[in-house]
Design a protein around this ligand. Structure first.
Ligand code: AP5
Ligand code: MG
Length: 210
């Protein structure tokens, strides 16, 4: 299965990718996680990406396309994968097609901006492994501590309210048109991202026929 998770910042792409990936035994390729790891390492890609990520802007297409092309060549991607946060622009989607990649489904998680801003205030991520939690909806077992690796949890730098507004504006302008792109190809399914994680997971697994 080759699945794209579309949806605004905070709509739950990363959380669902982990659940579906575990169930289907396929890897998730999250460009956001790859960029944050590169920024933490201070690699050349990380150094170039930082100003965009911190400001809530999109990293230039050529950087993203290079990262994803390299990652999809990995042996673990042969049986399928989940793309979380890529493509995010029409040129990125066209680059996938040019590379001969046929997507089974683009699943869009729908959620109004106000609900997103509210939800993002409660997100906490692990500084070590990147696992994501929510202080009310999906809390860790011990406050401030990652269930998976014991790392410290904190808010993501780009989750400041003014940066979230910028990310939402960028989403509506650059990424939302991808819904039409995949609708025209008969590949789009939309699921309500506002419901509880259990309900959303059920809707997504039904949409995927799992
Ligand atoms: P990225 O990391 O992809 O961020 P994003 O798309 O803005 O999405 P988020 O990771 O913020 O949210 P999510 O949808 O994964 O939600 P989550 O599951 O965490 O990108 C970051 C930056 O990198 C971009 O701004 C850009 O600069 C750059 N970048 C990345 N990819 C790029 C690309 N292709 N091109 C150019 N630039 C790129 O959930 C959110 C919260 O809600 C969590 O607290 C979670 O626990 C909780 N939650 C999840 N589901 C539910 C539910 N059903 N009910 C209640 N709470 C829930
Ligand atoms: Mg994410």
């Amino acid at each position: 299965m080759k699945l794209i998770l579309l949806g605004a910042p905070g709509s739950g792409k990363g959380t669902l990718a982990e659940i579906i990936g575990r169930r289907c035994h396929i890897p998730t390729i999250s460009t956001g996680n790859i960029l944050r790891a590169a920024m933490k390492d201070g690699s050349p890609v990380g150094l170039r990406a930082r100003e965009y990520v911190d400001g809530g802007k999109l990293v230039p297409d050529e950087i993203i396309i290079g990262i994803v092309r390299e990652r999809l060549a990995g042996d673990d991607c042969k049986a399928g994968y989940i793309l979380d946060g890529m493509p995010r622009t029409i040129p990125q989607a066209e680059a996938l097609e040019r590379a001969g990649i046929e997507i089974d489904l683009a699943l869009s998680l729908a959620m109004p901006d106000e609900a997103i801003v509210k939800r993002m205030a409660g997100r906490r991520v692990c500084r070590d492994c990147g696992a994501s939690y929510h202080i009310v909806n999906i809390p860790p077992k011990a406050e401030g501590v990652c269930d998976k690796c014991g790392g410290a949890l904190s808010a993501r730098g780009d989750d400041a309210p003014e940066i979230i507004r910028e990310r939402l504006a960028v989403y509506h302008k650059e990424t939302e048109p991808l819904e039409d792109f995949y609708r025209k190809r008969g590949r789009l399914r939309t699921v309500d991202g506002q419901r509880t994680l259990e309900e959303t997971t059920r809707a997504v697994t039904e949409a995927l026929g799992l």
